[in-house]
Design a protein around this ligand. Sequence first.
Ligand code: NAD
Ligand code: IPM
Ligand code: MN
Length: 371
Amino acid sequence: DSNRTLLVLPGDGIGPEVMNEVRKVIAWMGKKRAVGFDIKEDAVGGAALDKHGLPVSDDTVKAALEADAVLFGSVGGPKWDTLPFEKKPERGLLRLRKEMDLFANLRPAKVFDALVDASTLKPEIVKGLDIMIIRELTSGVYFGEPRGIKTLPNGEREGVDTQRYTSGEIRRVCAVAFELARKRQNKVCSAEKANVMHTGVLWRDEATKLHKESYGDVQLSHMYADALAMQLLRWPHQFDVIVTDNLFGDILSDEASMLTGSLGMLPSASLGAPDATGRRKALYEPIHGSAPDIAGKGIANPLAETMSYAMMLRYSFDLSSEADLVERAVENVLAAGYRTADLLTGGLDDKAAAAKGLKKVGTQEMGDAIV
Ligand code: NAD
Ligand code: IPM
Ligand code: MN
């Protein structure tokens, strides 16, 4: 009943749990705002392995390539951890990213006022923070060849992964960073390890060249990724947009999530290059995983998935006022004191939380509160 096509892939663990809450918001948008989708749903990760023996089927990849957007939950879990490499649930997600050519992964870390005390860092360090990490997503050590495990003539086993980047791959993701910075605080910090890695040298070189050629109006700085990991905790306000490679971006964004209070707060948008009509292939996913330790308990935080949906409205469908609405709902619900367990850090037990006016809620209650 709509010309917007959406593929929903809930996946494993808490993926389906948090996706169920987003369904409520999708339904609300359809009813109250006439923002409808033609929705297809499919299995991915462990769920797909159980169904047809592959972490993602060719049909699902085809559907993802055809859809206007994909909304993804999370994949993986102990049940599938010992499978051979190519059969792991995580390969399903990696194949989707690669075949959809989703090279730019936008991971915003925003500190909501109501959650200033939820962070493990001091309030004055995190208050008002709004940074955007842009992670290269389809190359680097995640995909470089050669890779594998083999037995050497001396009987030892050797594991190999290859960090590899081309100048084009670096330039296209840096361009996304510069473009986004122009709409924000106009600052990009590029992170690599040019002191010890050839890919780091190339990365710094290409970022510098592209900056000089086309983005001289944007402030560019460079930092070694290890130092950046430290600076993120020391004084995160120095950053606006951070652009970095696939592995560093994976690690730094999990780190950044704790500035906001929880890993359950960070959404993401994985974007491809615009086609002739300006449309980008896109997949939206929280940065967290399937959280096997809390799966099935009904306590997962659905806000990262909810805000991933908001990013989808903004980036794939140009529905920025509807995206604002969803983000404002998140803000309001947090201001009203609703907290899933992950947001009650700092040794707050139920009683202490209640004394502060905080309401400990499960996944479904949080979803209802958003609606
Ligand atoms: P994880 O992100 O699943 O969990 C790390 C910690 O954060 C856990 O203690 C978990 O309970 C907590 N957490 C994560 N999301 C939460 C949420 N929404 N609400 C409350 N708490 C939350 O990472 P992990 O434990 O290292 O990995 C578990 C599995 O997930 C692995 O199989 C891994 O490969 C996979 N994984 C998948 C994705 C993805 O699908 N995009 C991302 C990361 C990890
Ligand atoms: C993420 C995850 C994935 C990654 C895994 C599940 C493939 O950690 O999306 O951050 O390493 O990219
Ligand atoms: Mn990760």
